[in-house]
Design a protein around this ligand. Structure first.
Ligand code: KIV
Ligand code: ZN
Length: 383
């Protein structure tokens, strides 16, 4: 067993912010139950002040979810925090997630303010939130572009004010993995009271680095990763839950563990995709339709001799149906023979040679050769 990394799922909040992905309360409840079953530690259920519908969703989810912590987002504004506290009042474990932008760009452009004022507002927000719950998470928005020295002062102050988790978001997906890892290491080494809270990674995928950044953050001492199923989220998305979980499982030497039931990763990916009406890209790691498909002759031949030649994860481990041998004009004889065998045909070497020539002509004309085409080829061979 390695160090346990908490999985904070924000599919229902950051994921749901994606245009077209909006959910109603019953859809949110269905997904919250599936996320709890998956084994996530914290479910960010919504942003209660944002709309009456979202308030209701957070409130209803709080009544139903018993094992996972239910979290509601707020800005560092008293009425937001009050709404989050009210929405979470029935939760067995409720967390308020409050925060404010800490980068110079946020401080100057968004708040027209200065570092000292933002520090005071951060402290005040945590104090307000602590009136409702002992479980308060503070986010330093745009921490990825925040000066480390100032960020360390903010983190120390909010922990002193009562924050039990401090989120270090790379809101714009700007950081390199080494930079993000060093930021977490800097905070671990320069915040005197850091042992009183959990540092959390919340990374966006604007440069395709969200998973790598979150893993680097965890390696350097963060205890929580914020992520979404299928990597849904603002713009290019958030850290993908299935990816960080499988990176930790595949690389046991990192000494990091989660409580996620990996065999539910594909079923929940499909459920989220259908409920949020957002297709999963076919080449998506772990849960894409092609994640366990082999189509080139060289790969197919190697895979059929030993699946590990071209697969580092067994599909059953992540709840995917099975590996697929797809037939295209790039496929080889062994793949063709394998597919015929699966259909109940047992052709000898000469027959396969003849069928392969006919198959290539067909495959050049089609994108993919299907079982019905194979039946036709077999039928014509004997007639
Ligand atoms: O990306 C971000 O900074 C956020 C915060 C609200 C946590 O989503
Ligand atoms: Zn975010």
């Amino acid at each position: 067993m390695g160090r346990r990394i908490l999985i904070f799922d924000t599919t229902l909040r950051d994921g749901e912010q994606v245009p077209g992905c909006k959910l109603n309360t019953s859809e949110k409840i269905e997904l919250a139950l599936a996320l709890e079953e998956l084994g996530v530690d914290i479910i960010e259920a919504g942003f209660p002040i944002s709309s009456p519908g979202d308030f209701e969703s957070v409130s209803e989810i709080s009544k139903i979810i018993k094992r996972a912590t239910v979290c509601g987002l707020s800005r560092a504004v008293e009425k937001d925090i009050e709404a989050a506290g009210e929405a979470l009042k029935h939760a067995a474990r409720g967390r308020i997630h409050t925060g404010i932008g800490t980068s110079d760009s946020h401080i100057k452009s968004k708040f027209k303010s200065n570092r000292e004022d933002i520090l005071e507002r951060a402290i005040q927000a945590v104090k307000w939130a602590r009136k409702y719950t002992d479980d308060v998470e503070f986010y330093a928005e745009d921490a990825g572009r925040t000066d480390n020295e100032y960020l360390a002062r903010v983190v120390e102050a909010v922990i002193k004010a009562g924050a039990t988790t401090v989120n270090i978001p790379d809101t714009t997906g700007y950081c390199l993995p080494t930079q993000y890892g060093e930021k977490i290491a800097y905070l671990m080494n320069h915040v005197p009271n850091v042992d009183k809270a959990v540092l959390s990674c919340h990374c966006h995928n604007d440069l395709g680095l969200a998973t790598a950044n979150s893993i680097y953050g965890a390696i350097h001492g963060a205890g929580q990763i914020e992520c979404t199923v299928n990597g849904l989220g603002e713009r290019a998305g958030n850290t993908s839950l299935e990816e960080v979980v499988m990176v930790m499982r595949q690389h046991g030497h990192l000494g990091l563990d989660t409580g996620i039931r990996a065999e539910q990763l594909n079923p929940i990916s499909q459920l989220v995709s259908e409920t949020m009406r957002m297709p999963v890209q076919p080449n998506k790691a772990i849960v894409g339709a092609n994640a366990f498909s082999h189509s080139s002759g060289i790969h197919q031949d190697g895979f059929l001799k030993d699946s590990q030649t071209y697969e580092i994860i067994r599909p059953e481990e992540v709840g995917a149906a099975h590996s697929k041998i797809v037939l295209t004009a790039r496929s080889g004889r062994s793949a063709l023979a394998y597919r015929f065998k699966n259909l109940g045909f047992d052709f000898n070497r000469n027959e396969i040679d003849e069928l392969y020539t006919r198959f290539l002509n067909l495959a050049d004309a089609l994108k993919e050769v299907q079982d019905t085409d194979l039946h036709q080829l077999a039928h014509n061979l004997n007639n």
